[in-house]
Design a protein around this ligand. Sequence first.
Ligand code: 13P
Length: 279
Amino acid sequence: MNERKRIPDTPALGKKGGKLHSKRVPLVAGNWKMNTTLVQATSLARNMLGELDGVNGVEKVLCPPFISLAAVHEVLRGSSVKLGAQNMHFEEKGAYTGEVSPAMLAGLCEFVILGHSERRQHFGETDQIVNKKIVLALKNKLRPILCIGERLEDKKSGKTEEIIAGQIAGGLDSVDATREIVIAYEPVWAIGTGISASGEKAAATIGFIRHAVGRLWNSNVAQDLVVLYGGSVTGSNIAEFISYPEIDGALVGGASLQPSEFVSIVSQTAAIKGGSAGS
Ligand code: 13P
């Protein structure tokens, strides 16, 4: 059976200039992961800020390491570039040595990446833990960027949709329908490998994601959700993804550490999705 036939409510894919559903604002986030010292982080943010600030029609988010959040927050103050954290703890506060609570982030960040595959893989984060974090992030007025995606072995055994449906059902369990959540589809095999998914495949999977969220919540909210692609996105391949109307932007790892690459990704997203650059 053809994959499209298993997603009955998803509109047919097509390269239609990448225009979005009217309520969805495109978003490009840079996940700096465990890179940059305090000095490097502020200088990286400063190096990109002018050009990023000049791009309209796209939400631009930088996600430095925890230790640099306050300093980068100062750099971004007064600009249109927003700040995100890469993780947070699943409790409000308490005896969790070395952890960072949602309340600590709430004054600094608008976004928080949750359930990244590197957290799932190296730190044992389960869908239940991710779910607790989503609930607390929303309670603290942080917008979660919920990361989901299949591993290579899942893809090879044809389990992509099953894995993704499980991550959505588990991660959003008992969460009321909300447009505050951003979902990032990041196939694990595409992260940091230089092997990205094809735009067509990513768009089809994102169509499935919206369908699965629609079944859990309702199709109106699902259609309004911003859903990103992540995994080896660069200035050279971003157009391949965002030219599909299903894909609202990107979660960028390695390329977000290079100012010219990240600015190029953001500018192309604005141009293709109908925003303007340099106004
Ligand atoms: P890369 O862009 O380095 O593949 O990383 C993607 C990612 O994990 C973003 O969260």
